[in-house]
Design a protein around this ligand. Structure first.
Ligand SMILES: [Zn+2]
Length: 126
């Protein structure tokens, strides 16, 4: 499993971008990395972004380790887990657990592939 939120971000960058950041706003691959942060500034449209923009992880202010744990649980249990139980397992409130389930169940095919990779990766480590 991942030690920190940043490790999760690095892993997501790897599976989503394969080493080359892609601006989620204009599609440019020319970006400048912020120092010590997993954020980038697009050299074409000058917007800053991280790998979570445009994914189900965007704008949740939730540690990605919790996200990953939730995804693993949902996949292992074939998405058959109550909001209450999930909230307890990953120690978030019910509103957050509900949001996670909602997003995981409604992912796009591209993101479904990402989730599959995450599950595979975590499963192989634990
Ligand atoms: Zn851009």
């Amino acid at each position: 499993m991942f030690e920190t939120h940043e490790d999760c971000l690095a892993y997501l960058e790897e599976i989503r971008w394969n080493g080359t950041p892609i601006c989620p706003y204009c599609g440019s691959t020319k970006a400048t990395k912020y120092k010590k942060e997993h954020r980038y500034r697009c050299n074409s449209c000058f917007t800053s972004y991280s790998v979570t923009v445009g994914t189900l992880f965007h704008k949740t202010h939730l540690d990605l380790r919790k996200w990953f744990s939730a995804i693993l649980l949902l996949y292992k249990l074939n998405r058959d887990i109550s909001i209450r139980k999930l909230a307890k397992e990953i120690q978030v409130n019910r509103a957050t657990a509900s949001l996670i389930v909602d997003r995981v169940l409604n992912v796009s095919p591209e993101q479904s592939e990402i989730l599959g990779k995450i599950v595979q990766f975590i499963s192989s480590k634990s």
